[in-house]
Design a protein around this ligand. Structure first.
Ligand code: HEC
Ligand code: HEC
Ligand code: HEC
Ligand code: HEC
Ligand code: HEC
Length: 224
């Protein structure tokens, strides 16, 4: 009886050891599989989905904001008709850069390839929206007195032009659909999709006289 019991116990112990070994393997496989799919989903997939282009040359915002007289407005200003000048044309640069002032490679490219040949620099616009979207800087910057940083982040203080990233399938700039693949938004400038525009309009609608108070707003506000 007792021996039988002991045998049974041994058997049980054996079984226990055996099954915990298999369980360990299963957990290990699970961890490896999980890690692999995380790498695939969070590292490889975004790399495949997004492609990069370098700007034609580096533009140092921090340096220039110090050099010019009126800060951002020296280059990004509103015309008399209320339209926004956007990225400056070389006429805003030529007074200083007729000849190179320093000896950096980027300035040499700029003066030789663009200023000397009277060609505009084909800058890539990080915040470019699809053609169907209507956006007005005057409504936001003048009307609602918003700071550039709310939508663009700290580009105005940067020393280097980061690469332009775009979605290979939709061609959207990464600044529109957001840097975080899981859709997490920490700063107001992390993303500028339709629902991001609409979320602020919904809040602002209560204060400002805009026809945007409904859930997404009237389509014609942003799509002409
Ligand atoms: C000397 C002219 C100059 C001044 C001054 C200047 N910028 Fe710019 N800005 C540029 C040029 C050139 C570009 C295009 C190159 C680039 O994107 O880095 C640009 C691009 C930008 C963009 C990128 C828009 C996009 O979506 O691609 C933002 C945002 C911007 N500037 C904000 C600012 C702010 C804010 C200030 C003031 C703190 C400022 N800039 C001052 C010349 C200037
Ligand atoms: C008020 C004068 C002024 C204006 C206007 C100006 N720059 Fe400059 N820029 C400078 C100075 C000063 C430097 C630094 C030169 C040095 O010592 O290397 C510089 C440097 C540069 C460089 C090299 C910096 C680097 O990061 O390597 C580029 C490129 C450049 N400017 C482009 C532009 C463009 C594009 C515009 C017009 C949108 C412009 N600049 C307008 C004064 C100016
Ligand atoms: C952080 C807040 C905020 C964000 C983000 C925002 N807006 Fe606005 N928008 C406003 C406010 C406030 C007004 C009203 C300005 C006024 O009445 O003077 C406005 C006005 C407008 C108007 C003019 C509407 C009218 O009836 O005059 C358009 C068009 C517009 N926004 C489009 C957009 C688009 C497109 C986006 C996203 C790319 C966007 N907005 C993102 C706050 C925002
Ligand atoms: C409410 C959000 C918002 C604010 C505030 C805002 N911008 Fe923009 N900006 C945008 C959007 C959206 C675009 C893209 C517009 C498009 O695709 O037609 C843009 C485009 C630009 C461009 C590129 C335009 C071009 O086509 O050449 C520059 C430069 C720029 N913004 C600078 C600024 C500066 C400087 C300020 C502050 C004075 C500012 N923005 C404030 C949302 C904003
Ligand atoms: C507050 C501004 C705003 C309002 C209001 C708005 N949209 Fe949009 N819409 C956008 C922006 C910005 C985009 C581009 C970014 C994106 O795809 O999210 C867009 C993109 C779209 C697209 C995709 C277009 C493409 O080329 O990928 C469709 C379709 C669309 N909107 C339909 C609508 C309809 C229908 C309504 C009314 C119920 C509406 N929108 C109201 C701002 C707006």
């Amino acid at each position: 009886m007792s021996t039988l019991n002991e045998k049974a116990k041994e058997g049980m112990d054996d079984g226990a050891v055996h099954s915990s070994g298999a369980g360990g393997f299963i957990i290990l496989f699970f961890i490896i599989g999980f890690a692999a799919s995380m790498v695939l989903g969070w590292v490889i997939f975004p790399k495949l989905l997004y492609s990069q282009k370098e700007q034609p040359l580096n533009f140092n915002h921090a340096l220039h904001v110090e050099e010019v007289g009126e800060g951002c407005e020296s280059c990004h200003y509103f015309r008399d008709d209320g339209s926004f000048s956007g990225i400056p044309k070389i006429e805003s640069c030529v007074d200083c850069h007729e000849e190179p002032m320093g000896d950096t490679e980027d300035e040499a490219i700029f003066v030789e390839q663009y200023i000397a040949k009277d060609r505009e620099v084909p800058w890539l616009v990080y915040s470019r929206q699809p053609d169907c979207v209507f956006f007005s800087h005057a409504a936001h910057v003048i009307g609602a007195e918003m700071e550039c940083v709310v939508c663009h982040g700290h580009i105005g203080e940067s020393e280097v032009s980061r690469p332009y990233e775009y979605n290979r399938i939709t061609n959207y700039s990464r600044d529109i659909w957001g840097k975080n693949i899981a859709g997490i938004k920490k700063n107001s400038w992390d993303r500028m999709k339709m629902d991001d525009c609409a979320a602020c309009h919904k809040e602002a609608g209560a204060i400002h006289d805009v026809s945007v108070q409904t859930e997404r707003g009237h389509c014609y506000v942003c799509h002409k």
